[in-house]
Design a protein around this ligand. Sequence first.
Ligand code: SME
Length: 159
Amino acid sequence: MTHDNFTLEPAMTKAEKYETLLKQAESLLVDETNTLANMSNVCALLHHGLGFWWTGFYLMDGDELVLGPFQGPVACTRIGYGKGVCGHAWKEQLSVVVPNVHEFEGHIACSSESNSEIVLPITKDGEIIGVFDVDSKEFNTFDETDVIYLQKILSLISE
Ligand code: SME
């Protein structure tokens, strides 16, 4: 079975692209229960579909987050509790949209090319297991539409 018969057109709105990606994610994840495999495919799908700069997971490992499946340039491997945007999202258990990373106190710059970022907590069976992090080279890339659709797509992993 192929999973690549979904087309994103440049003229589509962000929400229309996410609707298509959501359907593709459902088709990819429906028959697979392995969390690592599903996280890997979600990264690739979103990264290449939406042209992000860095897209990936950081997973809880004691009192730190450790790098998980990702797409994009090499990244920091460990982030402390409450540190950076990722640690902040983990500690506060909130989705965090950062329009300009240079104005976020404590932001961890894995890449000097990142200018805006979004981080969402990932839960499984009601418990936080890590975060999903996306970086963009542009400022102001992310908004409520990203939060809503990324939460929908990420919820497919935890089902
Ligand atoms: N900027 C993140 C670190 C991870 S990288 O962006 C891949 C942060 O401040 O937590």
